[in-house]
Design a protein around this ligand. Structure first.
Ligand code: C2O
Length: 538
Protein backbone atom coordinates (compact mmCIF):
# COMPACT_ATOMS: atom_id res chain seq x y z
CA UNK A 1 0.00 0.00 0.00
CA UNK A 2 1.05 3.57 -0.66
CA UNK A 3 0.41 7.05 0.59
CA UNK A 4 -1.10 9.37 -2.03
CA UNK A 5 -0.75 13.11 -1.64
CA UNK A 6 -3.09 15.62 -3.26
CA UNK A 7 -3.37 19.36 -2.96
CA UNK A 8 -6.76 21.02 -3.41
CA UNK A 9 -6.65 24.77 -3.77
CA UNK A 10 -10.16 26.17 -3.46
CA UNK A 11 -10.22 29.08 -5.90
CA UNK A 12 -12.74 31.16 -7.82
CA UNK A 13 -12.63 30.74 -11.58
CA UNK A 14 -14.56 32.58 -14.28
CA UNK A 15 -16.28 29.87 -16.27
CA UNK A 16 -18.43 30.10 -19.41
CA UNK A 17 -21.33 27.83 -20.24
CA UNK A 18 -24.58 28.49 -22.15
CA UNK A 19 -23.18 31.72 -23.63
CA UNK A 20 -22.55 33.36 -20.30
CA UNK A 21 -19.72 33.63 -17.83
CA UNK A 22 -19.78 33.61 -14.04
CA UNK A 23 -17.24 33.11 -11.28
CA UNK A 24 -17.56 29.68 -9.68
CA UNK A 25 -15.90 27.98 -6.75
CA UNK A 26 -13.53 25.28 -8.02
CA UNK A 27 -10.72 23.01 -6.96
CA UNK A 28 -7.51 24.10 -8.69
CA UNK A 29 -9.56 26.06 -11.25
CA UNK A 30 -11.25 23.00 -12.76
CA UNK A 31 -14.91 22.09 -13.34
CA UNK A 32 -15.36 19.23 -12.70
CA UNK A 33 -12.47 18.97 -10.26
CA UNK A 34 -9.44 16.67 -10.32
CA UNK A 35 -9.73 12.88 -10.14
CA UNK A 36 -8.20 11.18 -7.13
CA UNK A 37 -6.60 7.82 -7.89
CA UNK A 38 -5.73 5.29 -5.22
CA UNK A 39 -5.68 1.56 -4.65
CA UNK A 40 -7.52 -0.39 -2.00
CA UNK A 41 -5.46 -0.21 1.25
CA UNK A 42 -3.78 3.07 0.27
CA UNK A 43 -3.79 6.09 2.53
CA UNK A 44 -4.95 9.32 0.93
CA UNK A 45 -3.87 12.74 2.17
CA UNK A 46 -5.60 15.72 0.62
CA UNK A 47 -4.51 19.15 1.73
CA UNK A 48 -7.40 21.55 1.16
CA UNK A 49 -6.45 25.24 1.17
CA UNK A 50 -9.33 27.70 1.16
CA UNK A 51 -8.69 30.81 -0.98
CA UNK A 52 -12.33 31.86 -1.39
CA UNK A 53 -14.78 33.92 0.63
CA UNK A 54 -16.94 30.93 1.53
CA UNK A 55 -16.35 28.41 4.28
CA UNK A 56 -15.67 25.01 2.73
CA UNK A 57 -15.48 21.33 3.60
CA UNK A 58 -14.99 18.30 1.35
CA UNK A 59 -16.74 14.93 1.70
CA UNK A 60 -15.30 11.66 0.31
CA UNK A 61 -18.66 10.23 -0.58
CA UNK A 62 -18.87 6.50 0.10
CA UNK A 63 -15.47 6.12 1.76
CA UNK A 64 -16.06 4.08 4.91
CA UNK A 65 -13.72 6.22 7.07
CA UNK A 66 -13.35 3.41 9.60
CA UNK A 67 -12.72 5.17 12.95
CA UNK A 68 -11.62 8.30 11.05
CA UNK A 69 -14.91 10.21 10.99
CA UNK A 70 -12.91 13.44 11.37
CA UNK A 71 -12.02 13.13 7.69
CA UNK A 72 -15.58 12.52 6.49
CA UNK A 73 -16.28 16.15 5.70
CA UNK A 74 -19.93 17.20 6.20
CA UNK A 75 -19.79 20.69 7.73
CA UNK A 76 -21.10 20.90 11.30
CA UNK A 77 -21.55 17.12 11.43
CA UNK A 78 -17.96 15.82 11.56
CA UNK A 79 -16.02 19.07 11.37
CA UNK A 80 -16.27 22.80 11.48
CA UNK A 81 -15.73 24.25 8.03
CA UNK A 82 -12.36 25.38 6.70
CA UNK A 83 -12.47 29.15 6.85
CA UNK A 84 -11.03 31.59 4.35
CA UNK A 85 -7.22 31.31 4.09
CA UNK A 86 -7.15 28.25 6.36
CA UNK A 87 -6.33 24.67 5.44
CA UNK A 88 -7.05 21.13 6.57
CA UNK A 89 -5.50 17.79 5.60
CA UNK A 90 -8.04 15.03 5.05
CA UNK A 91 -6.26 11.82 5.99
CA UNK A 92 -7.96 8.46 5.45
CA UNK A 93 -7.20 4.89 4.52
CA UNK A 94 -9.27 3.00 1.97
CA UNK A 95 -10.31 -0.29 3.56
CA UNK A 96 -12.23 -3.07 1.83
CA UNK A 97 -13.43 -0.92 -1.05
CA UNK A 98 -12.61 -0.71 -4.72
CA UNK A 99 -14.43 0.98 -7.60
CA UNK A 100 -15.69 4.47 -8.31
CA UNK A 101 -16.83 7.02 -5.75
CA UNK A 102 -16.98 10.80 -5.79
CA UNK A 103 -15.81 13.65 -3.62
CA UNK A 104 -17.71 16.90 -3.24
CA UNK A 105 -18.06 20.05 -1.15
CA UNK A 106 -20.36 19.40 1.81
CA UNK A 107 -21.48 22.89 2.76
CA UNK A 108 -23.98 25.36 1.30
CA UNK A 109 -24.63 24.53 -2.38
CA UNK A 110 -20.94 24.51 -3.30
CA UNK A 111 -21.24 20.91 -4.48
CA UNK A 112 -22.72 22.34 -7.70
CA UNK A 113 -19.22 23.10 -8.95
CA UNK A 114 -16.93 21.52 -6.35
CA UNK A 115 -16.91 17.81 -7.12
CA UNK A 116 -14.84 15.14 -8.81
CA UNK A 117 -14.11 11.44 -9.15
CA UNK A 118 -12.48 9.13 -6.64
CA UNK A 119 -11.12 6.09 -8.47
CA UNK A 120 -10.13 3.16 -6.26
CA UNK A 121 -8.24 0.47 -8.14
CA UNK A 122 -7.99 -3.07 -6.75
CA UNK A 123 -4.84 -3.98 -4.81
CA UNK A 124 -1.81 -4.54 -7.03
CA UNK A 125 -2.05 -7.90 -8.75
CA UNK A 126 -5.75 -8.40 -7.95
CA UNK A 127 -7.84 -8.58 -11.13
CA UNK A 128 -11.33 -7.24 -11.67
CA UNK A 129 -13.95 -9.99 -11.36
CA UNK A 130 -14.88 -9.32 -15.01
CA UNK A 131 -12.85 -9.31 -18.25
CA UNK A 132 -10.37 -6.46 -18.11
CA UNK A 133 -11.56 -3.61 -20.32
CA UNK A 134 -9.03 -2.14 -22.76
CA UNK A 135 -9.48 1.41 -21.45
CA UNK A 136 -11.12 3.32 -18.60
CA UNK A 137 -12.80 6.74 -18.58
CA UNK A 138 -14.50 8.88 -15.93
CA UNK A 139 -17.88 10.36 -16.91
CA UNK A 140 -19.32 12.91 -14.47
CA UNK A 141 -22.91 14.07 -14.81
CA UNK A 142 -23.87 17.36 -13.18
CA UNK A 143 -25.96 20.51 -13.52
CA UNK A 144 -25.36 24.12 -14.50
CA UNK A 145 -27.17 27.26 -13.43
CA UNK A 146 -26.59 30.55 -15.25
CA UNK A 147 -27.09 32.36 -11.94
CA UNK A 148 -24.94 31.96 -8.90
CA UNK A 149 -26.10 28.81 -7.11
CA UNK A 150 -25.80 30.40 -3.66
CA UNK A 151 -28.18 33.14 -4.85
CA UNK A 152 -30.58 30.47 -6.13
CA UNK A 153 -30.89 28.73 -2.77
CA UNK A 154 -30.82 31.92 -0.71
CA UNK A 155 -33.73 33.34 -2.69
CA UNK A 156 -35.65 30.12 -2.18
CA UNK A 157 -35.00 30.09 1.56
CA UNK A 158 -36.13 33.71 1.85
CA UNK A 159 -39.30 33.15 -0.13
CA UNK A 160 -40.18 29.76 1.33
CA UNK A 161 -40.67 28.39 -2.16
CA UNK A 162 -38.73 25.87 -4.22
CA UNK A 163 -35.49 27.05 -5.85
CA UNK A 164 -35.12 27.49 -9.59
CA UNK A 165 -34.18 24.36 -11.47
CA UNK A 166 -30.86 24.29 -13.30
CA UNK A 167 -30.47 25.61 -16.85
CA UNK A 168 -28.65 22.55 -18.13
CA UNK A 169 -27.26 19.16 -17.30
CA UNK A 170 -23.61 18.56 -18.04
CA UNK A 171 -21.47 15.61 -19.08
CA UNK A 172 -17.86 16.04 -17.96
CA UNK A 173 -18.54 19.74 -17.53
CA UNK A 174 -20.39 20.52 -20.77
CA UNK A 175 -24.09 20.73 -21.62
CA UNK A 176 -23.46 19.98 -25.28
CA UNK A 177 -24.59 21.99 -28.27
CA UNK A 178 -27.03 24.70 -27.27
CA UNK A 179 -29.09 26.63 -29.79
CA UNK A 180 -28.00 30.21 -30.65
CA UNK A 181 -24.81 29.76 -28.74
CA UNK A 182 -21.43 29.21 -30.26
CA UNK A 183 -20.11 27.24 -27.33
CA UNK A 184 -18.11 24.06 -27.30
CA UNK A 185 -20.05 21.13 -28.71
CA UNK A 186 -19.61 19.17 -25.56
CA UNK A 187 -17.62 16.28 -24.25
CA UNK A 188 -16.36 13.79 -26.81
CA UNK A 189 -15.42 10.24 -25.85
CA UNK A 190 -13.01 8.92 -28.48
CA UNK A 191 -13.04 5.16 -28.94
CA UNK A 192 -11.43 2.65 -31.29
CA UNK A 193 -13.51 0.05 -33.06
CA UNK A 194 -13.32 -3.33 -31.34
CA UNK A 195 -12.04 -2.05 -28.01
CA UNK A 196 -13.87 -2.20 -24.67
CA UNK A 197 -14.22 0.71 -22.25
CA UNK A 198 -14.97 0.84 -18.56
CA UNK A 199 -16.99 4.01 -17.95
CA UNK A 200 -16.95 5.23 -14.37
CA UNK A 201 -20.25 7.12 -14.19
CA UNK A 202 -20.89 9.60 -11.41
CA UNK A 203 -24.03 11.62 -10.74
CA UNK A 204 -22.76 14.80 -9.08
CA UNK A 205 -25.91 16.80 -9.87
CA UNK A 206 -27.48 18.72 -7.02
CA UNK A 207 -31.10 17.91 -7.63
CA UNK A 208 -31.55 15.59 -10.59
CA UNK A 209 -31.82 11.86 -10.92
CA UNK A 210 -30.73 10.97 -14.41
CA UNK A 211 -31.08 8.51 -17.26
CA UNK A 212 -27.82 7.93 -19.15
CA UNK A 213 -27.68 6.46 -22.64
CA UNK A 214 -25.38 6.04 -25.62
CA UNK A 215 -27.13 5.58 -28.95
CA UNK A 216 -26.57 2.15 -30.50
CA UNK A 217 -24.59 0.77 -27.57
CA UNK A 218 -25.49 -1.42 -24.61
CA UNK A 219 -23.92 -1.30 -21.18
CA UNK A 220 -22.79 -4.15 -18.98
CA UNK A 221 -23.18 -2.94 -15.39
CA UNK A 222 -20.41 -4.35 -13.19
CA UNK A 223 -20.30 -2.17 -10.11
CA UNK A 224 -22.24 0.45 -8.15
CA UNK A 225 -21.06 2.66 -5.27
CA UNK A 226 -17.70 0.81 -5.24
CA UNK A 227 -19.17 -2.65 -4.78
CA UNK A 228 -19.21 -5.34 -7.45
CA UNK A 229 -22.55 -6.50 -8.81
CA UNK A 230 -23.63 -9.49 -10.90
CA UNK A 231 -23.06 -8.19 -14.42
CA UNK A 232 -26.20 -7.41 -16.42
CA UNK A 233 -26.99 -5.72 -19.72
CA UNK A 234 -29.02 -2.58 -20.16
CA UNK A 235 -29.39 0.21 -22.69
CA UNK A 236 -30.15 2.81 -19.98
CA UNK A 237 -28.39 3.57 -16.72
CA UNK A 238 -30.48 5.14 -13.95
CA UNK A 239 -28.36 7.11 -11.53
CA UNK A 240 -29.30 9.34 -8.61
CA UNK A 241 -27.21 12.15 -7.11
CA UNK A 242 -24.41 10.62 -5.04
CA UNK A 243 -24.53 7.30 -6.86
CA UNK A 244 -21.78 5.87 -9.05
CA UNK A 245 -22.06 3.10 -11.64
CA UNK A 246 -19.32 1.30 -13.54
CA UNK A 247 -20.37 0.01 -16.95
CA UNK A 248 -18.48 -1.62 -19.80
CA UNK A 249 -19.23 -0.75 -23.39
CA UNK A 250 -17.75 -2.39 -26.45
CA UNK A 251 -17.10 -0.18 -29.45
CA UNK A 252 -18.75 -2.68 -31.77
CA UNK A 253 -19.57 -0.36 -34.67
CA UNK A 254 -17.34 0.28 -37.68
CA UNK A 255 -17.23 3.98 -37.07
CA UNK A 256 -19.17 7.19 -36.75
CA UNK A 257 -20.55 9.34 -34.01
CA UNK A 258 -23.18 8.36 -31.47
CA UNK A 259 -25.08 10.59 -29.08
CA UNK A 260 -24.51 10.23 -25.35
CA UNK A 261 -27.28 11.75 -23.24
CA UNK A 262 -28.11 12.51 -19.63
CA UNK A 263 -31.80 13.34 -19.12
CA UNK A 264 -34.06 13.86 -16.13
CA UNK A 265 -35.74 11.03 -14.27
CA UNK A 266 -38.50 12.43 -12.07
CA UNK A 267 -41.31 10.11 -11.05
CA UNK A 268 -43.41 12.92 -9.62
CA UNK A 269 -45.86 14.84 -11.74
CA UNK A 270 -46.19 18.00 -9.68
CA UNK A 271 -42.76 19.53 -9.14
CA UNK A 272 -40.96 22.03 -11.32
CA UNK A 273 -39.46 20.07 -14.13
CA UNK A 274 -36.10 20.37 -15.68
CA UNK A 275 -36.50 18.99 -19.17
CA UNK A 276 -33.03 19.65 -20.46
CA UNK A 277 -30.86 16.87 -21.84
CA UNK A 278 -27.10 17.01 -21.79
CA UNK A 279 -25.46 15.81 -24.99
CA UNK A 280 -22.01 14.39 -25.55
CA UNK A 281 -20.55 12.28 -28.35
CA UNK A 282 -19.09 8.84 -28.61
CA UNK A 283 -16.71 9.13 -31.55
CA UNK A 284 -14.88 6.33 -33.35
CA UNK A 285 -11.40 7.74 -33.88
CA UNK A 286 -10.09 7.75 -37.36
CA UNK A 287 -13.52 7.53 -38.91
CA UNK A 288 -15.18 10.33 -40.80
CA UNK A 289 -16.38 12.91 -38.34
CA UNK A 290 -18.81 14.08 -41.00
CA UNK A 291 -20.96 11.04 -40.43
CA UNK A 292 -24.19 11.95 -38.72
CA UNK A 293 -24.71 11.63 -35.00
CA UNK A 294 -27.16 8.89 -34.35
CA UNK A 295 -29.73 10.22 -31.95
CA UNK A 296 -30.92 8.16 -29.09
CA UNK A 297 -34.43 8.32 -27.70
CA UNK A 298 -34.18 9.40 -24.08
CA UNK A 299 -36.76 7.81 -21.76
CA UNK A 300 -39.70 9.99 -20.74
CA UNK A 301 -38.83 11.86 -17.59
CA UNK A 302 -41.45 9.89 -15.65
CA UNK A 303 -40.44 6.49 -17.04
CA UNK A 304 -40.70 4.81 -13.64
CA UNK A 305 -40.69 1.26 -15.10
CA UNK A 306 -37.22 1.90 -16.60
CA UNK A 307 -35.92 2.97 -13.19
CA UNK A 308 -37.64 0.05 -11.52
CA UNK A 309 -36.18 -2.53 -13.90
CA UNK A 310 -32.72 -1.08 -13.41
CA UNK A 311 -32.98 -1.11 -9.60
CA UNK A 312 -34.36 -4.66 -9.61
CA UNK A 313 -31.48 -5.90 -11.79
CA UNK A 314 -28.87 -4.84 -9.23
CA UNK A 315 -27.55 -7.77 -7.16
CA UNK A 316 -24.37 -8.10 -5.15
CA UNK A 317 -21.74 -10.19 -6.91
CA UNK A 318 -21.70 -12.35 -3.74
CA UNK A 319 -18.74 -14.46 -4.87
CA UNK A 320 -16.26 -16.33 -2.70
CA UNK A 321 -13.85 -13.40 -2.88
CA UNK A 322 -16.56 -10.75 -2.51
CA UNK A 323 -19.26 -12.23 -0.28
CA UNK A 324 -22.36 -10.25 0.63
CA UNK A 325 -22.32 -10.16 4.42
CA UNK A 326 -25.98 -9.32 4.86
CA UNK A 327 -27.10 -9.11 8.52
CA UNK A 328 -29.49 -12.05 8.85
CA UNK A 329 -31.13 -10.78 12.03
CA UNK A 330 -31.48 -7.25 13.29
CA UNK A 331 -30.91 -5.71 16.72
CA UNK A 332 -32.59 -2.43 15.84
CA UNK A 333 -35.55 -2.15 13.51
CA UNK A 334 -36.29 1.44 12.57
CA UNK A 335 -38.99 3.00 10.43
CA UNK A 336 -38.21 6.41 8.94
CA UNK A 337 -40.92 8.39 7.18
CA UNK A 338 -39.12 10.74 4.78
CA UNK A 339 -40.75 13.55 2.88
CA UNK A 340 -41.76 17.15 2.52
CA UNK A 341 -43.97 19.33 4.68
CA UNK A 342 -44.96 22.93 5.35
CA UNK A 343 -44.06 25.08 8.35
CA UNK A 344 -45.13 28.57 9.30
CA UNK A 345 -42.79 31.33 8.16
CA UNK A 346 -44.10 34.82 8.92
CA UNK A 347 -41.41 36.45 6.77
CA UNK A 348 -42.06 34.20 3.76
CA UNK A 349 -44.37 36.55 1.87
CA UNK A 350 -44.19 34.72 -1.45
CA UNK A 351 -45.53 31.54 0.14
CA UNK A 352 -48.35 33.13 2.22
CA UNK A 353 -46.44 33.01 5.47
CA UNK A 354 -45.31 29.43 5.14
CA UNK A 355 -42.30 27.58 3.82
CA UNK A 356 -41.57 24.18 2.38
CA UNK A 357 -39.62 21.98 4.78
CA UNK A 358 -38.55 18.35 4.75
CA UNK A 359 -38.27 15.86 7.56
CA UNK A 360 -37.43 12.40 8.79
CA UNK A 361 -40.08 11.09 11.22
CA UNK A 362 -41.47 14.61 11.27
CA UNK A 363 -38.19 16.05 12.56
CA UNK A 364 -36.72 18.85 10.45
CA UNK A 365 -33.04 18.62 11.33
CA UNK A 366 -31.41 21.87 12.39
CA UNK A 367 -27.70 22.24 11.69
CA UNK A 368 -25.76 22.87 14.92
CA UNK A 369 -23.06 25.52 15.23
CA UNK A 370 -20.60 23.08 16.81
CA UNK A 371 -19.76 19.93 14.85
CA UNK A 372 -21.65 16.94 16.25
CA UNK A 373 -18.58 14.72 16.20
CA UNK A 374 -16.63 17.19 18.32
CA UNK A 375 -19.54 17.53 20.74
CA UNK A 376 -19.68 13.73 20.95
CA UNK A 377 -15.92 13.18 21.39
CA UNK A 378 -15.37 15.99 23.89
CA UNK A 379 -18.70 15.51 25.71
CA UNK A 380 -19.89 19.02 24.94
CA UNK A 381 -23.50 19.18 26.07
CA UNK A 382 -26.28 21.29 24.62
CA UNK A 383 -25.36 20.71 20.98
CA UNK A 384 -27.71 17.82 20.24
CA UNK A 385 -29.96 15.28 21.93
CA UNK A 386 -30.03 11.52 21.39
CA UNK A 387 -33.80 11.12 21.28
CA UNK A 388 -34.27 10.88 17.53
CA UNK A 389 -37.42 8.76 17.16
CA UNK A 390 -37.13 5.27 15.67
CA UNK A 391 -40.66 5.59 14.32
CA UNK A 392 -42.88 8.41 13.06
CA UNK A 393 -45.27 9.98 15.57
CA UNK A 394 -48.60 8.18 15.79
CA UNK A 395 -51.01 8.77 14.33
CA UNK A 396 -48.96 9.99 11.39
CA UNK A 397 -50.64 10.14 8.05
CA UNK A 398 -47.75 9.56 5.68
CA UNK A 399 -49.84 8.39 2.80
CA UNK A 400 -51.11 11.68 1.54
CA UNK A 401 -53.41 14.61 1.57
CA UNK A 402 -55.13 16.07 3.39
CA UNK A 403 -52.41 15.84 5.97
CA UNK A 404 -52.81 16.00 9.69
CA UNK A 405 -50.31 17.72 11.91
CA UNK A 406 -48.53 19.25 8.96
CA UNK A 407 -45.99 21.18 11.00
CA UNK A 408 -42.71 19.45 11.73
CA UNK A 409 -40.52 19.67 14.82
CA UNK A 410 -37.30 21.53 14.21
CA UNK A 411 -34.48 20.08 16.30
CA UNK A 412 -30.95 18.64 16.30
CA UNK A 413 -31.50 15.03 17.31
CA UNK A 414 -29.43 11.93 16.61
CA UNK A 415 -30.25 8.23 16.90
CA UNK A 416 -27.80 6.38 19.12
CA UNK A 417 -26.55 2.90 18.22
CA UNK A 418 -24.39 0.48 20.22
CA UNK A 419 -21.19 -0.66 18.52
CA UNK A 420 -21.77 -3.53 16.09
CA UNK A 421 -25.57 -3.43 16.31
CA UNK A 422 -27.26 -4.79 13.23
CA UNK A 423 -29.71 -2.19 12.00
CA UNK A 424 -32.66 -2.24 9.65
CA UNK A 425 -34.19 0.99 8.44
CA UNK A 426 -37.36 1.04 6.38
CA UNK A 427 -37.40 4.34 4.50
CA UNK A 428 -40.98 5.24 3.63
CA UNK A 429 -41.68 8.12 1.28
CA UNK A 430 -44.54 10.32 2.46
CA UNK A 431 -47.02 12.14 0.26
CA UNK A 432 -47.78 15.02 2.61
CA UNK A 433 -47.12 17.71 0.01
CA UNK A 434 -46.20 15.49 -2.87
CA UNK A 435 -44.76 12.04 -3.12
CA UNK A 436 -41.24 12.39 -4.40
CA UNK A 437 -38.24 10.19 -5.00
CA UNK A 438 -35.51 10.59 -2.35
CA UNK A 439 -31.99 9.31 -2.96
CA UNK A 440 -30.99 8.70 0.67
CA UNK A 441 -27.28 8.59 1.48
CA UNK A 442 -25.73 7.16 4.65
CA UNK A 443 -22.23 8.29 5.59
CA UNK A 444 -19.68 5.89 7.12
CA UNK A 445 -21.33 2.64 5.97
CA UNK A 446 -22.45 0.59 3.05
CA UNK A 447 -25.89 -0.92 3.44
CA UNK A 448 -27.73 -3.74 1.75
CA UNK A 449 -31.00 -2.91 0.00
CA UNK A 450 -32.97 -5.93 1.18
CA UNK A 451 -36.37 -4.86 -0.07
CA UNK A 452 -38.34 -2.21 -1.89
CA UNK A 453 -41.87 -1.61 -3.01
CA UNK A 454 -44.53 0.88 -3.99
CA UNK A 455 -47.24 2.11 -1.63
CA UNK A 456 -46.96 1.67 2.11
CA UNK A 457 -44.61 -0.80 3.74
CA UNK A 458 -46.45 -3.74 5.24
CA UNK A 459 -44.54 -4.98 8.27
CA UNK A 460 -46.28 -8.38 8.18
CA UNK A 461 -45.95 -9.41 4.55
CA UNK A 462 -43.11 -7.37 3.04
CA UNK A 463 -40.25 -8.73 5.21
CA UNK A 464 -41.10 -12.24 3.96
CA UNK A 465 -40.00 -11.09 0.51
CA UNK A 466 -36.67 -9.59 1.59
CA UNK A 467 -33.56 -10.69 -0.27
CA UNK A 468 -31.04 -11.65 2.42
CA UNK A 469 -28.75 -13.53 0.01
CA UNK A 470 -27.43 -11.18 -2.65
CA UNK A 471 -29.06 -7.74 -2.25
CA UNK A 472 -27.15 -4.83 -3.77
CA UNK A 473 -24.73 -3.13 -1.39
CA UNK A 474 -24.42 0.63 -1.71
CA UNK A 475 -24.23 3.98 0.08
CA UNK A 476 -27.10 5.84 -1.64
CA UNK A 477 -30.50 4.39 -2.49
CA UNK A 478 -33.43 5.97 -4.28
CA UNK A 479 -36.61 5.66 -2.23
CA UNK A 480 -39.29 5.51 -4.91
CA UNK A 481 -41.98 8.14 -5.06
CA UNK A 482 -44.82 6.93 -2.84
CA UNK A 483 -42.89 3.77 -1.98
CA UNK A 484 -40.31 2.36 0.40
CA UNK A 485 -36.95 0.63 0.62
CA UNK A 486 -35.54 -1.45 3.47
CA UNK A 487 -31.81 -1.30 4.17
CA UNK A 488 -29.59 -3.21 6.59
CA UNK A 489 -26.14 -2.42 7.91
CA UNK A 490 -23.85 -3.28 10.81
CA UNK A 491 -22.90 -0.34 13.04
CA UNK A 492 -19.21 -1.26 13.10
CA UNK A 493 -17.89 2.29 12.67
CA UNK A 494 -17.87 4.43 15.83
CA UNK A 495 -18.57 8.13 15.32
CA UNK A 496 -21.35 10.40 14.15
CA UNK A 497 -22.71 9.67 10.71
CA UNK A 498 -24.95 11.82 8.60
CA UNK A 499 -27.90 10.38 6.70
CA UNK A 500 -29.78 12.60 4.27
CA UNK A 501 -31.52 12.98 0.97
CA UNK A 502 -28.86 13.64 -1.68
CA UNK A 503 -31.16 16.04 -3.53
CA UNK A 504 -29.47 19.13 -2.16
CA UNK A 505 -32.70 21.09 -1.96
CA UNK A 506 -34.23 18.43 0.29
CA UNK A 507 -31.15 18.42 2.54
CA UNK A 508 -31.38 22.18 2.82
CA UNK A 509 -35.05 21.86 3.75
CA UNK A 510 -34.17 19.42 6.54
CA UNK A 511 -34.40 15.87 5.20
CA UNK A 512 -31.41 14.79 7.23
CA UNK A 513 -30.48 13.16 10.55
CA UNK A 514 -27.45 11.51 12.10
CA UNK A 515 -26.54 8.28 13.84
CA UNK A 516 -24.22 8.32 16.81
CA UNK A 517 -22.40 4.99 16.97
CA UNK A 518 -20.76 4.28 20.33
CA UNK A 519 -17.24 2.94 20.73
CA UNK A 520 -16.83 -0.80 21.17
CA UNK A 521 -15.06 -2.31 24.15
CA UNK A 522 -12.38 -4.21 22.22
CA UNK A 523 -9.12 -3.01 20.69
CA UNK A 524 -9.51 -0.96 17.49
CA UNK A 525 -13.19 -0.35 18.18
CA UNK A 526 -12.97 3.31 19.16
CA UNK A 527 -13.11 6.52 17.23
CA UNK A 528 -9.54 7.83 16.84
CA UNK A 529 -8.70 11.23 18.34
CA UNK A 530 -9.10 14.27 16.09
CA UNK A 531 -6.20 15.45 13.92
CA UNK A 532 -4.23 18.48 15.17
CA UNK A 533 -5.32 20.74 12.33
CA UNK A 534 -9.07 20.04 12.64
CA UNK A 535 -10.78 23.40 11.97
CA UNK A 536 -12.48 25.10 14.89
CA UNK A 537 -15.90 26.73 14.73
CA UNK A 538 -16.45 30.48 15.18
CU1 C2O B 1 -22.47 12.94 -0.95
CU2 C2O B 1 -23.63 13.86 2.81
O1 C2O B 1 -23.11 13.50 0.87
Amino acid sequence: SRVRHYKFNVVMKNTSRLCSTKPIVTINGNFPGPTIYAREDDTVLVKVVNHVNYNVSIHWHGIRQLRTGWADGPAYITQCPIQTSQSFVYNFTITGQRGTLLWHAHILWLRATVHGALVILPKLGIPYPFPKPDHERVVILAEWWKSDTEDVINEAMNSGLAPNVSDAHTINGYPGPSPNCSSIDGYQLDVRAGKSYLLRLINAALNEELFYKIAGHNFTVVEVDATYVKPFQTDTVVIAPGQTTNVIITANKRGGKFAMTASTFMDTPVVAIDNVTAMATLHYSGTLSASPTTLTATPARNATPVADTFATSLRSLNSKTYPANVPQRVDRSLFFAVGLGVNACPTCKAANGSRVVASVNNITFVMPTTALLQAHFFNITGVYTTDFPGNPPTPFNYTGAPPQGLATTTATKVYRLPYNATVQVVLQDTGIIAAENHPVHLHGFNFFVVGKGLGNFNSKTDPKKFNLVDPVERNTVAVPSGGWVAIRFTADNPGVWFMHCHLEVHTTWGLKMAFQVDNGKGPNQSLLPPPQDLPTCS
